[in-house]
Unconditional design. Structure first.
Length: 133
């Protein structure tokens, strides 16, 4: 049994409960993030989290994703770090005015980019990225 809305958490492939709002809190600490919604989705047959983000100002998307990814890896357990990222202009909403999580899951376009895993020389890691549409 998981307390809260069904969209607030999910069970990872290893059986651990992942609370999506933990990643949202880390992402929202960034000075250029206006709004963030982290959802669970399936990517390459694995359950992962995807961060949908609205920026406060124009900034290089790759730089934003790198910074957010590094902040998340420093603050969260590895399986809570979002693996998919989408910079959006708006969030889809229901007629009720609440965010439409199912619509967020349905409109993702996936693309791979190279992200440096940390400020140290650990090399690079391929991480999925979702393009802005």
């Amino acid at each position: 049994f998981i307390l809260g809305r069904s969209t607030d958490s999910y069970k990872s492939d290893n059986g651990r409960v992942i609370y999506l709002f933990d990643a949202e809190q880390v992402i929202l600490k960034d000075k250029n993030i206006s709004l963030c919604k982290v959802i669970d989705t399936t990517y390459k047959s694995k359950k992962v989290s995807a961060a949908h983000i609205i920026l406060k100002s124009d900034e290089n998307v790759n730089e934003v994703i790198k910074r957010l990814y590094l902040n998340c890896t420093e603050s969260l357990p590895a399986d809570e770090v979002p693996q998919l990222w989408k910079i959006r202009k708006t969030m889809p909403v229901h007629k009720s005015g609440k965010r439409d999580v199912e619509a967020l899951k349905g409109i993702m376009i996936q693309k791979e980019i190279l992200l440096k895993t940390s400020g140290k020389n650990y090399g690079y890691k391929r991480t999925p990225f979702i393009r802005s549409i």
